[in-house]
Design a protein around this ligand. Structure first.
Ligand SMILES: NC(=O)c1ccc[n+]([C@@H]2O[C@H](COP(=O)([O-])OP(=O)(O)OC[C@H]3O[C@@H](n4cnc5c(N)ncnc54)[C@H](OP(=O)(O)O)[C@@H]3O)[C@@H](O)[C@H]2O)c1
Length: 228
């Protein structure tokens, strides 16, 4: 798709920050949404927008601010997420609040942000929604007991993606779940094989090339089909 206007949540660090820089380098206007706007990349094409995916007020205010300054949004990237704990906790050692924290940001946050920005997406001639998921959300390949709150939340995000794709197919707004790979970030840790730049570069290509017919799909960063 041609360069347009993209909104990315969680653009203060990690993959979201890398995606903001990549989209800007490719000629897009970037709405870099973050709790800590001072950390979004500095670039004339990058507009920092305060946004906490956990807060109705924050998301509504961000939507109002953006609607006042921009005609539409072409791509919404729901990237912000949390990973409570270190992932190795057994079920009995996992504070139940961690399930709530993971769901609040990784599932309800995506629903909240998407609802608030649908009016601006509908004003685009060719809008799309990308939910950043994870291989950890794949149910069919699950053989070990780890990442309880995070993996359960990403599996739920995949279902949210399918449901949204079904609902907005009639409006020609495709919705995709994309996995970025294992990436060196605060969440991914230093042993991850991929740099933020590598992941963001492949994600950008895939995000802007997937066709309408692929809506409701779950893909890796290079567009390869992921198992559910
Ligand atoms: N890294 C990996 O290997 C990997 C693998 C699979 C999937 N993913 C997915 O890729 C995406 C990005 O992950 P990452 O590795 O870049 O993670 P990260 O380094 O931990 O960054 C997470 C980002 O989300 C933001 N965020 C968290 N809660 C938020 C909230 N309530 N409101 C607004 N922003 C919030 C953080 O903002 P603050 O700075 O304000 O905390 C930060 O910008 C996530 O969806 C993650 O699940 C990552």
């Amino acid at each position: 798709m041609a360069a347009g206007i993209v909104l990315i949540t969680g653009a203060s660090r990690g993959i979201g920050r890398g995606l903001a820089a990549k989209f800007a380098a490719e000629g897009w206007q970037v709405l870099a949404a973050a709790r800590r706007t001072s950390d979004v990349p500095r670039d004339p094409a990058i507009h920092a927008v305060p946004l906490d995916v956990l807060s109705d007020d924050s998301v509504r205010e961000a939507a109002e601010t953006i609607a006042a300054g921009f005609p539409h949004i072409d791509v919404l990237v729901n990237n912000a997420a949390v990973f409570p704990g270190d992932g190795n906790e057994r079920l009995e050692d996992t504070p139940l609040e961690w399930f709530e924290e993971a769901f609040a940001a990784n599932v309800v946050g995506v629903a909240r942000v998407t609802r608030a920005f649908l009016p601006l997406l509908r004003k685009s001639a060719s809008a799309r929604i990308i939910n950043i998921s994870s291989g950890a959300g794949t149910i069919s390949e699950k053989t070990d007991a780890d990442y309880y709150p995070y993996s359960v939340s990403k599996a739920a995000l995949n279902m949210l993606t399918r449901a949204m794709a079904a609902e907005y197919r009639g409006e020609k707004i495709p919705v995709y779940a994309l996995s970025p790979g294992w990436v060196k970030t605060e969440m991914g840790g230093s042993n991850a094989p991929l740099s933020v730049e590598e992941s963001a570069g492949s994600l950008f290509r895939t995000m802007t090339r997937l066709g309408l017919d692929k809506s409701g799909g779950f893909f890796g960063r290079d567009g390869e089909v992921y198992p559910w």
